[in-house]
Design a protein around this ligand. Structure first.
Ligand SMILES: [Zn+2]
Length: 91
């Protein structure tokens, strides 16, 4: 195989450690950081992700959106060790 394939382009991107969106550089995407480049607070991110869940799945209840969001955050390097995530992911 010669030349660049679609696969190569995918490998060049890496997921944001907070929301898994593909990014080219850094640790977090532009949506997960403050204007000064620091990771946003858990509450800020959580609120935005719950809102996103509810937009993706119209009719999803707030409780279900929160549960899905926490399940998602439990897999993300930026949040998996956060006390709020750990407390709710222990089964
Ligand atoms: Zn992100």
């Amino acid at each position: 195989m010669t030349g660049r394939t679609k696969q190569d382009e995918l490998i060049m991107k890496r997921p944001c450690e907070s929301c898994s969106m593909p990014i080219e550089t850094g640790t977090y995407c532009q949506y997960c950081v403050t204007p000064t480049g620091e990771l946003q607070s858990f509450d800020e991110r959580f609120e935005k992700m719950v809102g996103w869940q509810q937009r993706q799945k119209p009719g999803l209840s707030r409780a279900d959106a929160e549960r899905d969001t926490l399940a998602f955050m439990a897999k993300m390097p930026a949040w998996k060790d956060h006390p709020r995530v750990v407390a709710l992911s222990v089964d």
